[in-house]
Design a protein around this ligand. Structure first.
Ligand code: UD1
Ligand code: MG
Length: 501
């Protein structure tokens, strides 16, 4: 339990966000793998409020659905058609049951705000017994922000004046309102019934609560953050990208300080929820997205995008695109490899170059080294799938599964036509189209016998370099393979020769 867990956090997210010029509501735009709103909700949840309320209005259905999916614990409160932050908070408070204690107000479009800063705000508020505590910052260009007007001593806050309502003298104040506050709930409820719309924007300003509380003789104070980016909002896509870059820089720094090597932090794109074990090495141009987990000592990249993927300890993943895959301890993947959902590669297994896998459980020490498609399959431990093997899982109507046992040798260029099962220790010859189950230990061959048509090139390709080369070889003697001898059943006798490792 957090020492100063508040009764509620109210997150304001009802605004239209028109400057984004987007069909998507502003608060649902993602940075570092979470929506702006989920960054705000995650920070709010981090101080353990008894209730977490999100005030919505613009694109209500989309925002409410997003919350139901990602933060089902959040209460959704509707703002009516009266505009302003004061009105928004009043609507939000209707969902708050507590009549005394602390309520925190934050914005849904301030993504870098963290739980530590909120906790510091609430601790200061409660320890000093303030009625209102506003989080402020000193900024180089305060244009547009509400200004913090302090008393002569500078210790207490008299009120907040919005930029549009401020005098020239007030506009010179460089301490600005972040829009984030801790309130005594009773004081807030009462003051909100007394605010009007007599201001430049004709809105109900939450900021007016400070002067009202002060006039009632309550203590109104500020906590100044020296890290102004924590309270910056994203209003357009330029600010969104700048905040994303800053968040990314901080995420990367956190991983490096925890013992992860980022060979080029400038090209490491690591989402907020990703975890990385100690001594993992992230090479240049890597995206680790969603709920991806990287084990200790794993090597990722260069040039890889892994989303919601788990990589085991000491595994190596090079030039790979992966979604919802699991890569075992010590396994190797890539280069140029596409792992689709449901791929599970066992410990020390391999999925090599130019392979695509989907819904495939590949056992410990099993290998799919080259140029293969493995879909809807189970492959047992120690099995080797020869180069260019295709698991033909789709008959045009239904997808079917293929089961390959333990320590199987599938010859190069085999096609396994699902549904089909290959037993433990079995083998297939190169170029085999496997349509029937193969019993344990058996060799499956389906290739037609080879027939050599002697002298074909000279007859049918007369005058070409190929014809001349053939003539020279035949004249030199010794390389004239004799008739049916090539029908030697190489596939049946020595399958291991067609196998690629
Ligand atoms: C507000 C503050 C200002 C502060 C600034 C910090 C007021 C009156 N002003 O100004 O002092 O410096 O934030 O960014 O509070 N919202 C609603 N419902 C509404 C209006 C706004 O939910 O009716 C939400 C918005 O979605 C947004 C937040 O409140 O997340 C702030 O709204 P915005 O209109 O951007 O306030 P500012 O004018 O920037
Ligand atoms: Mg704003």
């Amino acid at each position: 339990m957090t020492p100063h867990a508040p009764q509620a956090v109210v997150v304001l997210a009802a605004g239209a966000g028109t400057r984004m010029r987007s069909a998507l509501p502003k608060v649902l735009h993602p940075i570092c793998g979470r929506s702006l709103l989920m960054h705000a909700v995650t920070a709010a949840a981090g101080i353990d409020p008894a209730q977490l309320v999100v005030v919505v209005r613009h694109e209500r259905a989309l925002v409410a659905k997003h919350l139901a999916e990602h933060a089902p614990f959040a209460l959704v409160a509707d703002q009516d058609d009266i505009p302003g932050t004061g009105r928004a908070v009043r609507c939000g408070l209707e969902s708050v049951t507590a009549q005394e204690g602390t309520v925190v107000v934050t914005y849904g479009d301030v993504p870098l705000l963290d739980a530590e800063t909120l906790a510091r705000l609430v601790a200061d508020h409660e320890e000093r017994g303030s009625a209102v505590t506003v989080l402020t910052a000193r900024v180089g260009d305060p244009t547009g922000y509400g200004r913090i007007v302090r008393d002569a001593s500078g210790a207490e806050v008299l009120g907040i004046v919005e930029h549009k309502d401020a005098s020239d003298e007030q506009r010179r104040i460089d301490e600005v309102n972040s829009g984030i506050y801790a309130f005594d709930i009773a004081v807030l409820r009462d003051a909100l019934t007394r605010i009007g719309t007599d201001n430049a924007q004709g809105e109900m300003y939450l900021t007016d609560v400070l002067a009202i509380a002060r006039e009632d003789g309550r203590a109104v104070r500020a906590v100044v953050t020296d890290d102004a980016v924590l309270v910056e909002g994203a209003n357009d896509r330029v600010q969104l990208a700048a905040l994303a870059a800053e968040m990314r820089r901080r995420i990367n720094e956190r991983h490096m300080r925890a013992g992860v090597t980022l060979v080029d932090p400038a090209t490491a794109y690591i989402d907020a929820d990703v975890t990385i074990g100690q001594d993992a090495v992230i090479e240049p141009n890597v995206q680790l997205q969603g709920a991806t987990e990287i084990g200790a000592r794993a090597g990722i990249g260069p040039d890889s995008s892994l989303r919601d993927t788990v990589v085991g300890e000491g595994a190596s993943v090079i030039r790979t695109q992966a979604l919802l895959a699991e890569i075992g301890d010590g396994a190797t993947v890539g280069p140029f490899t596409y792992l689709r959902p449901g791929t599970v590669l066992g410990a020390r297994g391999k999925i090599g170059g130019f392979c695509e896998t989907k819904n495939a459980q590949i056992g410990d020490d099993a290998k799919v080294p080259h140029l293969s498609y493995v879909g809807d399959a189970e492959i047992g431990e120690g099995t080797n799938i020869g180069a260019a093997t295709i698991f033909a899982n789709y008959d045009g109507v239904t997808k079917h599964r293929t089961t390959v046992g333990r320590h199987v040798r599938v010859g190069s260029d085999s096609v396994l036509v699902a549904p089909v099962t290959i037993g433990d220790g079995a083998a297939t010859g190169a170029g085999t189209v496997v349509r029937k189950d193969v019993p344990p230990g058996a060799l499956a061959v389906a290739a037609a016998s080879q027939r050599n048509v002697e002298g074909w090139t000279e007859r049918r390709r007369e005058g070409t370099e190929a014809a001349r080369a053939a003539r020279e070889a035949l004249d030199a003697g010794g390389t004239d393979a004799g008739g049916t001898d090539v029908e030697r059943t190489d596939a049946t006798d020595r399958p291991e020769e067609q196998e690629n490792r």
